[in-house]
Write a protein that binds this ligand. Structure first.
Ligand code: IMP
Ligand code: MG
Length: 173
């Protein structure tokens, strides 16, 4: 069994502060037509990030699920791309966490195939020690060590998404 850490790894206040700076970095990097969030985990970070941006992009969400251990992009199944018009769009792809990188690697490839003009990537959290696919995010909120984290949109078996801050999951007696 697991329990959530008493103290947050990253507090709500730290996230709020960091997102203001991160939004400035995004604004300074150019214009975006579309902020594309990866469901379900990215719903909170997208909501908080876009309200700190000075540009006024469209906002959409897609769903990505990964299967197996293959580094092939075919192991990531994406839902929701078909209804989006991506032709010539400058896209900011946003997720809660960059882990092995397989999800972002596959998504960036698909968005480009569908005609996106540019694809930049943004994550609240990055676990660089877990990387398997050849990808780094353009904008990173916090780089963390290899711990399973929940809260602020991130789940364990669909639980803990509403927690106000990032917490680690620890074994309980
Ligand atoms: P990747 O393809 O391995 O980079 O997977 C990224 C996805 O895995 C994220 O969108 C999350 O849904 C999930 N994930 C990875 N690490 C964690 C974690 O520590 N807590 C919760 N979800 C995670
Ligand atoms: Mg996810």
């Amino acid at each position: 069994m697991y329990k959530v850490s008493e103290k947050p790894l990253v507090s709500k206040e730290e996230i709020e502060k960091r997102l203001i700076v991160l939004a400035k970095e995004v604004d300074a990097s150019g214009e975006y037509d579309l902020v594309l969030g990866v469901l379900t985990g990215a719903f909170i970070v997208v909501a908080d990030l876009v309200r700190n941006l000075s540009c006024n992009p469209n906002i959409s969400f897609i769903k990505a699920s990964s299967y197996g251990n293959s580094t092939e992009s075919s192991s990531v199944v994406v839902q929701g791309l078909e209804k989006l018009c991506l032709e010539n769009k400058r896209i900011l792809l946003v997720d809660d966490i960059l882990d092995t990188g397989k999800t972002f690697f596959a998504l960036v490839e698909q968005l480009k195939k569908l005609g996106a003009k540019t694809v930049k990537t943004c994550v609240l959290l990055d676990k660089p020690s877990r990387r398997e696919a050849d990808i780094e995010a353009d904008f990173v909120g916090f780089s963390i060590e290899n711990k399973f984290v929940v809260g602020y949109g991130l789940d364990y078996a669909e639980n803990y998404r509403p927690l106000n801050g990032i917490f680690t999951l620890e074994p309980s007696e």
